[in-house]
Design a protein around this ligand. Structure first.
Ligand SMILES: Nc1nc2c(ncn2[C@@H]2O[C@H](COP(=O)(O)OP(=O)(O)O)[C@@H](O)[C@H]2O)c(=O)[nH]1
Ligand SMILES: [Mg+2]
Ligand SMILES: [Zn+2]
Length: 329
């Protein structure tokens, strides 16, 4: 409590100072409060006050990318709306490039990524590894969530078992769940408790469905994305932060379905492959790119069969995609 109070006072002080500098601000500084951004719309945001009430807020100019999970200082304007005056520095920010190549924040202050897959839609090759590059670079935990266990038939079981084993070997927790019949939900709840998690995964794997079974009273849109595609309509969906009754928050975000990694540097891609980054320290050359250099520890390990083929290929494919972008630039 005292810790929170302190940071609240500090941020109020900062906001006050910023306000004094800004001519356009007319907010009475006594009204300033701490809050959390639940949803960001194009020009406004829903902010949750410390008492749990939610306020639709306008944003002061030059606040930058304000997204779900951001801690802010805001002031009420009338009975239901307010103004965000300042944004606290975030512990981390998940970003993705937009269609113009500009980096856009998706969510802030995340502790954990739940990489969600299912037998249908079938996981794209290397997709899990791509999410892991993002998670490892944010330095957050990553958990593999295998949803729709009700659909796994005998022929697919082996595929899923292999996949699960591959990531377990690397030290990642993996959970089998089913939003439809409730299998594995207690374990999922335990994994979510006390953390802010973000569900990542292809559209249609059941991210929103899982959040819905955990929060039956929330009006969560299920399957909306695939319907949208079918209708060929462009509707904007927004990220949203939810609280779980047993503690812990999660962010459901349409912005983290699939995105390129070309904004990553080579060493960051390597950071995403925990078993390879350990080896890289023993390569002969310090600036080894692990492509064809003599004395490369990663290539040697691959030849000796001590690292997983698929992971090595994934690493190569991602690194190669960075080169392609360089050419285009
Ligand atoms: N059979 C089965 N279907 C599911 C399960 N979870 C979600 N679905 C269905 O998968 C579709 C996509 O779900 P949605 O939650 O919108 O996926 P999202 O795009 O990842 O958020 C919907 O038609 C859901 O009803 C599950 O555990 N089993
Ligand atoms: Mg969804
Ligand atoms: Zn090397």
């Amino acid at each position: 409590m005292s810790k929170r109070k302190l940071s609240h006072q500090q941020t109020r002080r900062i906001a006050k100072k910023q306000q004094q500098r800004s001519d356009q601000s007319s907010v009475d500084s006594d009204k300033l409060q701490a809050g959390t951004v639940l949803t960001r719309y194009s020009k406004q945001a829903d902010v949750e006050a410390e008492d749990g009430t939610v306020w639709r807020c306008h944003l002061r100019a030059n606040l930058g990318d304000v997204v779900s999970g951001d801690k802010v200082v805001w002031a009420p304007h009338d009975d239901e709306s307010g103004v965000i005056e300042s944004v606290n520095p975030a512990k981390n920010k998940l970003e993705r490039p937009d269609s113009y190549g500009k980096m856009r924040a998706v969510a802030s202050n995340i502790d954990q990524m739940l990489i969600t897959i299912a037998i249908a839609p079938e996981p794209h090759a290397g997709l899990i590894d791509r999410y892991l590059v993002v998670a490892e670079n944010l330095e957050i935990e990553a958990v593999l969530v295998i949803n729709k266990t009700d659909l796994i038939q005998k022929p697919q079981r082996e595929f899923m078992d292999k996949l699960r084993e591959k990531y377990k070997k690397l030290g990642y927790l993996s959970l089998d769940v089913c939003a439809k019949d409730g299998h594995g939900l207690d374990e999922l709840k335990r994994a979510l408790a006390g953390k802010t998690s973000i569900f990542a995964g292809q559209s249609g794997v059941g991210k929103s469905s899982l959040i819905q079974v955990l929060l039956p009273d929330e009006p969560i849109k299920i399957g909306e994305l695939s319907e949208q595609v079918a209708k060929g309509r462009h509707t904007t969906t927004h990220s949203r932060l939810y609280h779980f009754p047993d503690g812990g928050d999660c962010i459901d975000s349409p912005g983290i379905r699939e995105f390129g990694l070309w904004h990553f540097a080579e060493h960051e891609v390597l950071k995403g492959f925990i078993e390879l980054r350990e080896l890289a320290g023993t390569c002969k050359f310090r600036d080894c790119r692990h492509l064809q250099e003599p004395g490369c520890a990663i290539i040697a390990a691959h030849q000796q069969g001590t690292i997983c083929n698929e992971r090595f290929d994934s690493f190569r494919r991602i690194t190669h995609s960075l080169d392609e972008v360089d050419v285009k630039r």
